[in-house]
Design a protein around this ligand. Sequence first.
Ligand code: FAD
Length: 495
Amino acid sequence: MYNENKHINLVWLKRDLRLKDNASIANALSDGKKVLFIYVFENLLLNDPHYSQRHFDFIKQSLVDLNKTLRNFDTQILVAQGEIISVLKTLQQHIRFTRLFSHQETGVNSTFDRDKALKRFCTNYDVEWIECINNGVFRGLRDRTQWRADWTDYMQQPLYQFTPTTGQHVSIDEIKAIQQLRWKEISLETPKSKSFQPGGVTAAHQYMRSFFEERYENYQSHISSPSLSRRACSRLSPYIAWGNLSIRQIWQQAQLEKQSGKNRFHLNAFTSRLRWQAHFIQKFEMECSMEFKSVNKGYHQLSKPVNQEYIDAWKTGTTGYPMVDAAMRCLIETGYVNFRMRALLVSFLTHHLWQPWQAAAHHLAQLFLDFEPGIHYPQLQMQAGETGINNLRIYNPVNNSLKHDPDGIFIKKWIPELRNLPTHHVHEPWKITAMERKFYKFTPGQEYPLPIIELLPARKRATDVLWNMKKNTLVKKESQRILTKHTLPNRDNFD
Ligand SMILES: Cc1cc2nc3c(=O)[nH]c(=O)nc-3n(C[C@H](O)[C@H](O)[C@H](O)COP(=O)(O)OP(=O)(O)OC[C@H]3O[C@@H](n4cnc5c(N)ncnc54)[C@H](O)[C@@H]3O)c2cc1C
């Protein structure tokens, strides 16, 4: 066993894959004890329907990147696969630890259950589990009266630096010895892909730098365009979701940029969204049943008949509405679409196709490289019109296409079947005339599907039912409860 007499501090990395501004690491290092970093590919998550290979690849890339830095300190991350409790039990046979550091996770139900079991394990095995606040989301809040002030205060605190003293880590040789004894080596290699953003702190800083240097200048003007937003938005979401950057690192950098005289209009719009990040996660932290049921109990009585054909067409980008299909196909290929396209996808499924939002939850989670449970579920319900406190927004796919992709650039990129059509036809290809069909060798319903539903009656049904429900007594009572519990005193209309 590694030095019998000395206890080490164990840092369990999860969605905080960075060294700087990492409270768990800073706290673990602060008492001078040796520190060991561990990452566990938990079977629980490998089998969870929210996760897919793209997430695990991003994590692996992040671990490789961290290891490059850690090598300078003669250490690396011990990587294991299994359940956290069995991994810890095994580890205890080789190394003594009485303190386990991690961030507070606002996760899905399976990680919540795992945390409860881990708490019991820690009590039984005399391990102190120290969970640190993550990105300004607070445990145990009853309402949001103080939240904004506390969040701002948290963002203004100095960043934690990564300053270990020499020899403060368990060495690479010792880690390799434990790893070889107990766990088969897990390859951190990932396929080379140009479609997905690469994981890791290095890439995260590159994205942040290029955003503040130049890309931010079109932030607000291009935010709704499915193609232009890919450059004008920060694209920091996967780095935030997996913790390659803390929100505080980004927020403080944004304040410096503002002080240096850069355009405040765009930067303020951006920093508001950094606050929304925690605002949404805080909701989920305070009401995690949102993973399964609408937060407003009045909507539990809303029954939408499941139509698997509709759901399959939506999932595969073959609904016959080019904007919807292009957004879905782009997401499948790249793991990213902007906010408006996400909202449009959910709106089309839940309003026009009249399907339950739950039908979108796992599919989108697997596709979003930046999947973050605490943003995902509240946003799904908000876009589905089932909170009772937000304006009902039904995105018209044709109008959005005409307005936000007027030249059909996004559509033609993701729907090759429509590439040969003149631009005015890509928004509504079913309107092509008989003569043009021959000319462009395009027959609606053959190369590309006919619209799966008619927009106007579908919209009317959704509007009628949902507006009617807003008057329902339980919906109203619940709306009041949600306002009291989840919204801020000076409410933005997004929340
Ligand atoms: C149905 C639906 C599901 C979503 N699921 C996720 C998710 O799983 N993970 C995720 O990170 N975002 C999610 N979003 C929010 C938003 O679409 C993305 O955060 C944003 O598009 C990411 O791009 P960006 O990093 O370039 O954002 P920027 O516009 O550059 O914003 C910077 C950061 O602010 C935060 N942010 C931006 N917009 C929002 C928002 N509306 N709500 C909360 N935080 C926001 C994100 O952390 C983002 O990285 C979802 C939105 C919808 C409508």
